[in-house]
Design a binder for this molecule. Structure first.
Ligand code: UGA
Length: 433
């Protein structure tokens, strides 16, 4: 059992904190946002994540999980401190380290005896050193501490599962003592530990996300070629994915990647490469292909309809992917304003992300959490998120409700032959119409 403080109750901090508590540690999750802390004590989660609320409540009841806005106190009591604050994308694409530096300063001010300071946030290479020097500068009594980089690989929507059963834990540190402490903390979750330097661990996180993003943009480029030569990208993906050296995951062609991680981390990696004097052409192309997919979908719709003016479209999916209410860098937030600019009306469906989407889209569309209500009387249906509700659509009912049976599918959800038999004009990404 270790006494742990987690600074930042966002996705990574809250999920990791709850999981460490579940494994028998005494965890205090800290946040400067007092309302968030009060809500957490009352069982109100700041994010939607399957299973999180239950896990948090269970551990609060057991007395293993606490919340506070008094970060200083939590730091003083803790043996291990995880920094899990946000590192948003700045205007240059660089990760903004303001919150990391603030957290490091507060840790330095409150260092009472040996502590392991662990960065969980996604940070540029060299941040471990920055944290170390801030803590050293601010700690008055020359207290001993060690720095660890322990990046997180959880996926939104599957965060608890990913954290409880990690494929690996990466622990980057120069200290054998700190390595052992963090390795022990991970024992309940994985038997595969990658021991690295702080710098290698920091780069592993970016390299992992950039590699996955590269797989997606690669298959999207292949899909765009398929569109031109009459091939089917799902077959190509199947045919290459069965080669275990390639693997079949992250080869789903479509609208491209969104969310709070891949777009931010590919841009940050490009920035890291540029600052180190390396021209990382491959990652530039990954970003460019991804941005192009959204325009390609809109142009497919325009080609199918001729003019967009005065048309009404149903857009299915506002979240960037299923099982989350996260709309950051979500295709819908880009595409809906484009459709509006082209003179169309938009009705949008999402089971849980309407609240988040409204913050950005306001009254640009009519919202509904009922998919059939959304498709009713529309001239085309645009699928952007592969929610279960969309995958399981009663297609005959959809056809009856729509003005015109045209579906443009950014997620390649349905069988081409079946859609043809049902009488839809069905346009997907990288598959023959
Ligand atoms: C991603 C990584 O998968 C996690 O390992 C990592 O920890 C996380 O970023 C992070 O850095 O915090 P996440 O952004 O939650 O997780 O979502 P993914 O499931 O990886 O999907 C990312 C995007 O790629 C989504 O927009 C998804 O629709 C898209 N995608 C995924 C495709 O277009 N095709 C695919 O084959 C797979």
């Amino acid at each position: 059992m270790k006494k742990i403080a987690v600074i930042g109750t966002g996705y990574v901090g809250l999920v990791s904190g709850a999981c460490f508590a579940e494994a028998g540690n005494r965890v205090t999750c800290c946040d400067i946002d007092e309302k968030k802390i009060a809500n957490l004590w009352n069982g109100i989660m700041p994010i939607y994540e399957p299973g999180l609320k239950e896990l948090v409540q269970q551990n609060v009841e057991k007395g293993t999980l606490y919340f506070t806005s008094h970060t200083e106190e939590a730091i003083r009591e803790a043996e291990v401190i995880f920094i899990a604050v946000g590192t948003p994308m700045s205007a240059t694409g660089e990760a903004d380290l303001t919150y990391i530096k603030q957290a490091a300063g507060t840790i330095g001010d409150n260092l009472t005896g040996y502590k392991v300071i662990v960065t969980k946030s996604t940070v540029p290479v060299g941040t471990g050193k920055t944290v170390e020097s801030i803590v050293r500068e601010r700690s008055r009594d020359n207290q001993a501490f060690d720095i660890v980089s322990n990046p997180e690989f959880l996926r939104e929507g599957a965060a608890i599962k990913d954290s409880m059963n990690m494929e690996r834990a990466v622990i980057g540190t120069a200290s054998e003592k700190a390595f052992q402490i963090i390795a022990d903390l991970h024992k309940p979750f994985t038997s595969t530990i990658v021991k690295a330097t702080v710098e290698s661990a920091e780069l592993i996180k970016y390299a992992a996300n950039a590699f996955l993003a590269t797989k997606i943009s690669f298959i999207n480029d292949i899909a765009n070629i398929c569109d031109r030569v009459g091939a089917d990208v799902t077959k190509v993906a199947e045919g290459i994915g069965l080669d275990s050296r390639i693997g079949n995951k992250f080869l789903q062609a479509g609208i491209g990647f969104g969310g709070s991680c891949f777009p931010k981390d590919t841009a940050a990696l490009l920035h890291i490469a540029e600052s180190s004097g390396y021209d990382f052409n491959l990652i530039k192309a990954v970003i460019e292909t991804n941005e192009g997919q959204r325009a390609r979908l809109v142009s497919k719709l325009e080609t199918a309809l001729g003019s967009m003016k005065g048309k009404t479209f149903s857009v299915l999916g506002l979240a960037f992917k299923p099982n989350t209410n996260d709309t950051r860098y979500s295709p819908a937030l880009d595409i809906i304003p484009q459709l509006r600019d082209m003179g169309a009306m938009v009705k949008a469906f999402d089971p849980i992300a309407i609240g988040e989407a409204k913050k950005q889209l306001g009254n640009q569309c009519i919202y509904s959490d009922n998919v059939y209500e959304t498709v009713k009387n529309t001239d085309a249906c645009v699928i952007l998120t592969d929610w279960q509700e969309v995958k399981q659509l009663d297609l005959m009912k959809v056809k009856r409700l729509m003005n015109n049976p045209l579906i443009v599918d950014g997620r390649n959800l349905f069988d081409l032959e079946q859609m043809d038999q049902l009488g839809f004009t069905y346009i997907s990404m990288g598959r023959p119409a």
